[in-house]
Design a protein around this ligand. Structure first.
Ligand code: ADP
Length: 506
């Protein structure tokens, strides 16, 4: 019988029929619908090439389909052997369910694999980015390290492992090998070595060692340099590394030392000069005092005799004689004031002042009384705005100081102007500032300092009488009281003199 024309050929389609070699040619369908459904469960072409016996239900053919591991798939033998239809149906259903299950699992597994694949891809991207960032960071570090103006070195257990170009240059070396592999201590001045050695030993123990300090370095050629050092430590593969940044401060140190020396010299010179000046001042003051004192007797004689001439020889003198005698009296009177002022000034320098809390309100009342004689003539006013907080001072000295300031305020006014002086105190924390303000002619700022010097006057005696010693007395007096004096003024706008003294503890 020709293969494919017998029982087998009726059961399978023509294409499915076995060929001459006794094996199936292909698997597409069967005339039997159940078998056709079953066949469709197998992968296309799976049955092709299987021995014909398998289609006829021969035992040899079972293993081929059974090996495919279909779980519940029915043995082919039972199908091909023409088992009852029911069994075939059951088998088909079981196979269908099995196929669905399998497909679900395949889908699940595919999804799982897809997700795992995505995660893996993301991880790869991340790794790539990290690697790139690391490369960038390394490049940056390298650039900083190599181009740094400061010397940077890395050491491990006190031995150089890495140094930059600035480090080599600082120590006069041209190749890294001259430094790398050599002890850090070789590059430290002998008198600093013990200290640095101790720090190198203490750092790994976690002991606190200074992170910034100055030391002295030693070059291989024996020369030394001053160094400013910044140290930090880090671990690399579990090993402690020390990073140092060095700055050559030799020049700065030298300049500092020079400045310090110059300052010391200057101080000595200033002290010497001050004591010289003090001695000269003392001499001058005692000279002024004695001269002024000694001048008074002949001056009195001149003054008295000129007055006597005017009084007793008035008739015998002609007009010119009387004029001369009159001028002698005026000049002598002026000289008397000058001597008085000079004496007051030199007395101020010589006196031992005992400083204590003083009440300015009563001192100012005295000033008004002292100057009161002049007030009706001048038609001026002195207003004291109080109360003024108590200050540390010396009553007589303050009386003189305030009296001079107030009388100047009343004196230096433009013709026709009624002088008005206002005094008030200002609490400035540890000090009290006393203000003496007037409506006078004012002072241009360029004269602020000059007017406090002895004999310095901005006007002739004809315009405003005076000796030019008043403000010098003010300054000296305030100085002796441990205070300060100053003014605010502008030409034509009045003046505001101030005196600042320590506030008394109340
Ligand atoms: P004196 O009053 O005897 O001239 P001072 O030493 O007291 O001398 O003052 C020095 C100069 O400062 C005065 O000649 C005057 O030119 C100027 N001066 C002082 N006080 C005032 C004032 N309140 N207003 C304008 N000028 C003043």
């Amino acid at each position: 019988m020709e293969p494919g024309s017998g029982r087998g050929a009726g059961f399978f389609s023509r294409r499915f029929a076995p060929d001459w070699s006794g094996r199936f040619r292909g698997v597409a369908s069967s005339r039997c619908p159940k078998l056709s459904a079953l066949i469709s469960l197998y992968p296309a072409g799976y049955l092709a090439g299987l021995p014909i016996r398998s289609a006829r239900g021969g035992d040899g053919g079972l293993s081929a389909l059974g090996n495919w591991n279909l779980g519940h798939a029915p043995p082919v033998r039972s199908l091909c052997a023409g088992e009852p239809e029911r069994e075939l149906e059951r088998a088909t259903r079981a196979l269908g369910a099995s196929r669905e299950q399998l497909e679900e699992r395949v889908e699940e597994r595919t999804a799982e694999l897809g997700a795992a694949n995505d995660a893996f891809m993301a991880e790869i991207v991340e790794h790539k980015q990290t690697a790139e960032a690391l490369r960038d960071s390394h490049t940056r570090f390298q650039a900083i390290f190599e181009n740094s103006m400061d010397a940077i070195g890395v050491s491990k257990s006190g031995v150089h492992v890495l140094v930059n170009a600035a480090y080599l240059k600082m120590f006069g070396c041209s190749r890294a090998e001259e430094v790398v592999g050599r002890s850090v201590l070789e590059f430290i001045s002998p008198n600093q070595r013990e200290l640095i050695r101790e720090r190198i030993q203490l750092r790994p123990m976690g002991t606190d060692v200074p992170a910034h300090y100055e030391t002295r370095g030693l070059r291989p050629d024996g020369s030394e340099l001053d160094l400013e050092v910044a140290v930090s430590a880090y671990k690399l593969k579990g090993e402690l590394h020390t990073l140092v940044i060095l700055r050559d401060i030799t020049e700065r140190k030298r300049a500092d030392e020079q400045i310090r020396k110059l300052n010391a010299e200057l101080e000595t010179r200033v002290t010497e000069r001050t004591s010289q000046l003090e001695a000269i001042n003392k001499e001058l003051e005692s000279f002024t005092y004695s001269v002024s004192h000694d001048l008074r007797a002949p001056l009195r004689a001149m003054q008295g005799l000129a007055a006597a001439l005017l009084e007793d020889y008035q008739e015998k003198l002609d007009a010119a004689g009387r004029d001369y005698a009159g001028r002698i009296v005026t000049a002598a009177a002026r000289m008397e004031t000058l001597i008085q002022d000079l004496l007051a000034y030199s007395r101020l320098s010589r006196l031992d002042l005992e400083l204590r809390p003083v009440d300015l309100n009563t001192i100012l009342a005295d000033v008004r009384t002292q100057l009161g004689v002049d007030l009706p003539d001048r038609n001026g006013t002195v207003v004291i705005e109080g109360p003024i907080p108590p200050m540390v001072g010396h009553r007589a000295t303050l009386l003189q100081v305030m009296s001079n300031l107030v009388s100047n305020g009343l004196k230096f006014v433009s013709p026709g102007v009624t002088p008005r002086v206002r005094i008030h105190g200002e609490d400035r924390g540890p000090v009290v500032r006393l203000w003496v303000e007037d409506n006078g002619i004012g002072i241009a700022p360029e004269y602020y300092e000059r007017i406090f010097r002895i004999f310095e006057r901005l006007h002739g005696v004809e315009t405003y009488p005076g000796t030019g010693i008043g403000l010098a007395i003010v300054q000296k007096g305030v100085e002796r009281l441990g205070g300060r004096v100053g003014l605010e003024s502008a030409e034509g706008l009045g003046s505001r003199f101030w005196v600042e003294l320590r506030k008394a503890n109340v």
